[in-house]
Design a protein around this ligand. Structure first.
Ligand code: EPU
Length: 308
């Protein structure tokens, strides 16, 4: 079935199609087993066609961006993994309106807006990942959230139709959104504010130096592993106070710089990272009676592996 799907996608699109592609090439952790079929569409039309064909074949579909918030199992992912990193790359700015396709890297979108003296996204400088991923998890940093200045989102829905949603159609909250699981995010528009260059630059510098001073940016990581359980308690502080900075399993280590960042020192396996996740979760539960919830998304694991 997957072989004939592969042939069909090759026949009908200009996408790059690879069988058993190792996902460690496509995640910031540098971790992950093979995707049964890995597709890199080269245009929006390719992407839509790939999704439509894969749905016809009833294969499970996983969409990824730059893989910056993912822990993928060493056993890989069944079905089709579609990366949007070579398509959906357009940015258009017209006065205070910014149109961005969902494969654009967030920092690029921040810089383009700043070039046009538009304020509202600069706190997000350095947040890794594509706009699509950022919208789904309502990425935020230094007081800003991606949903803040959002106006519309264009999606390819479960009925294979392109639809335009307005911000009010979606509930956004801390690191969460209510997009239907089957929706493929294509583009979004934002309304920003013309502002003095210096003001924007001050916010930008604050975010950039804050990130550099507190986060292990020179290591392979997926950013924050857990969500902060409340505004009073940060996951990093709790894991730190549980004494786990520097704790490691294989090449996976709880960062000495920020305890909510787990880093891959070379050849860490997904199982090593999962062991750290369980260790931190259990330690925080034992010491503080607080249940940490993952921010990083796990893909390809059995429910049993995750819950035991
Ligand atoms: N802290 C410790 N030990 C640590 C780490 C942090 O005691 O090892 C303390 C800090 O001293 C501070 C508090 O915990 O008092 C909060 O830490 P920090 O300011 O680093 O922020 P955070 O809550 O850990 C959040 C976001 C980050 C975002 C920063 C800056 C979450 C889960 N994380 O981190 O987002 O960059 O604020 O706004 O909400 C991400 O989502 O991947 C991410 C990196």
């Amino acid at each position: 079935m997957i072989d004939s799907l592969k042939e069909k996608i090759i026949e009908k699109t200009n996408a790059t199609v690879l069988a058993n592609e190792s996902m460690n090439n496509h995640t910031t952790y540098g971790i992950g087993g093979p995707a049964e079929l890995f597709v890199l569409p080269s245009s929006k039309q390719d992407l839509i066609d790939t999704v439509r064909i894969s749905r016809d074949y009833q294969e499970p579909i996983t969409i990824i961006g730059s893989g910056s918030n993912l822990l993928i199992s060493d056993n890989g992912i069944k079905g089709v993994v579609i990366s949007i990193k070579h398509c959906l790359k357009e940015i258009r700015i017209d006065k205070e309106k910014v149109y961005v396709e969902c494969g654009v890297i967030l920092s690029k979108m921040v810089r383009e807006s700043m070039k046009n003296n538009l304020k509202g996204l600069e706190n997000l400088i350095g947040v890794p990942g594509t706009l699509g991923g950022a919208l789904i998890m309502n990425a935020g940093a230094w007081g800003g959230e991606i949903s803040e200045n959002l106006e519309t989102i264009e999606i390819f829905n479960e009925e294979n139709k392109i639809t335009l949603l307005s911000k009010k159609d979606i509930d956004f909250s801390y690191r969460s959104s209510s997009f239907a699981k089957e929706s493929i995010l294509l583009s979004a528009t934002f309304k920003l504010k013309k502002s003095p260059k210096e003001l924007i630059k001050d916010n930008f510098d604050l975010a950039r130096s804050g990130r550099k001073n507190t986060q292990p940016l020179n290591y392979r990581s997926a950013g924050s592993v857990f969500k902060n359980p409340s505004s009073k308690h940060s996951a990093g502080m709790l894991i730190d106070q549980a004494g786990l900075k520097g704790f490691s399993v294989g090449d996976a280590e709880i960062s000495n710089k920020h305890a909510n960042f787990f880093v891959n020192n070379g050849s860490a396996k997904a199982d090593d990272m999962l062991a750290l996740i369980k260790k931190a979760k259990n330690a925080v539960k034992d010491k503080f009676n607080i249940d940490l919830e993952l921010e990083v998304k796990l893909l390809g694991f059995d429910i049993k592996e995750i819950s035991e």
